[in-house]
Design a protein around this ligand. Structure first.
Ligand code: DCP
Ligand code: MG
Length: 377
């Protein structure tokens, strides 16, 4: 008997939001390859292709076993011709030539390095690549014009590309919690993003902030930011105001997937144990203080939501990105509803559906509840 004969057939639902996707799964050797191709497609702004590879990878993440033979994949959804070709090559040869040549290409490596700078998107990175630039150091040497975010991104490049640990996230949670509660007693602070899904490391730390008294959260962010700045905790911050609140058309659907909460993109100056800290960053962000303690730069996102939207904001900010995308696609295509991080609109009933918890939103959508730890699509 072949090993695959032991593998029971898996009934796999086609939307990622209908499935349980754990953080640790059995097919990293395949999903890493497919996600490399997805990222490469993002670098050439081919969103359709990128999402197709991400959906394929996500299906493999939800499988309860290691894939060993192609016939185990025949009843699975979302696996396109291209993904199947890549998987087949890896199962037969151990590697995929397309994936390997992508990883080794100068363009892919440069795009990774350049988009890895905080404040630099694909368009800018691509323009720089075509101008001959390959790394953050090239930006400095050629004296490129950088905005404030990008300047911080270059300055703290190494720190910001060092994964944030769960331990560091907990320390930052404590700081944020104390600060927000000092500014607004009774405020509720939730750790969202990857850490809420159980990740051990992340590229940043995401927080959602609200207050049970609707309206108490208005104009809260500047006060939080001032308080953090007074404590010398911020290396960089940019706050955007909530245009959703101010829009004259009432709680209309946001124009894009980007939500409209009061949001602060920041870089924290986090004190770290001098003995355990790995040395330095691009231009020496990690300096020794008089006390002998050292610090590192950490990306922190703060989002403020009105209490009435808190469940939607929590769901929208927990991720993963693909899980969120699939929830919105399910809502639109299967339920004629429109889901955002603010609200759920039912087109048939022509009304907004209220929710006080994530569970209620899943129920409105006709989906089985998936806990955060199984939203790692
Ligand atoms: N999110 C979103 N759309 C945006 C911004 C964020 O749907 N425009 C959601 C999905 C993400 C979550 O917010 O999962 C947090 O965004 P991050 O980029 O911080 O992603 P993660 O926290 O999931 O991963 P990482 O560990 O890289 O921070
Ligand atoms: Mg995050």
């Amino acid at each position: 008997m072949k090993p695959s004969d032991f593998t029971p057939a898996v009934k796999m639902k086609s939307y990622a939001c209908q499935r349980r996707t754990p953080l640790k799964h059995h097919n990293l050797f395949l999903t890493d390859a497919l996600e490399t191709l997805a990222q490469n497609a993002e670098f050439s702004e081919n969103e359709g292709r990128s999402v197709a590879f991400r959906r394929s990878a996500s299906v493999l993440k939800a499988l309860p076993h290691v894939v060993r033979a192609m016939d185990e994949l025949k009843d699975l959804p979302c696996l396109g011709e291209h993904s199947l070709r890549v998987i087949k090559e890896i199962l037969e040869d151990g590697t995929s030539s397309e994936v390997e040549s992508t990883r080794q290409s100068e363009q892919f490596q440069a795009m990774k390095a350049l988009t890895g700078i905080f404040g630099v998107g694909v368009r800018t990175a691509d323009r720089w690549f075509r101008e001959g630039l390959r790394s953050p150091l090239d930006l400095i040497h050629t004296g490129q014009k950088l905005n404030h975010a990008q300047q911080a991104g270059v300055q703290y490049y190494k720190d910001l590309n060092t994964p944030v640990t769960k331990k560091e996230a907990v320390v930052i949670s404590d700081i944020v919690e104390k600060t927000v509660k000092a500014v607004l007693p009774g405020a509720i602070i939730t750790l969202t993003g990857g850490f809420r899904r159980g990740k051990e490391v992340g590229h940043d730390v995401d927080f959602l902030i609200t207050h049970p008294e609707e309206g108490a959260e208005e104009r809260l962010m500047p006060k939080i930011v001032n308080c953090l700045e007074d404590q010398g905790l911020l290396l960089y911050q940019k706050t955007t105001v909530n245009s959703y609140l101010e829009s004259k058309d009432g709680p209309a659907r946001p124009a894009s997937n980007m939500d409209r909460f009061e949001r602060c993109f920041s870089i924290f100056k986090l004190e770290v144990d001098s003995e355990t800290h790995a040395e330095g960053s691009l231009s020496n962000s990690c300096s020794t203080h008089h006390s002998g303690s050292t610090w590192r730069a950490v990306r922190v996102d703060l989002v403020v939501s009105p209490y009435s939207q808190f469940a939607f904001a929590t769901l929208g900010w927990t991720g993963s990105k693909l899980f969120e995308r699939e929830l919105r696609r399910w809502a639109g295509q299967e339920k004629a509803m429109s889901l955002s991080s603010h609200a759920l609109y039912d087109s048939k009933q022509q009304r907004y559906l209220r929710a006080n918890s994530e569970e209620e939103i899943f129920t409105h959508l006709g989906l089985e509840y998936i806990p955060p730890s199984e939203r790692n699509a």
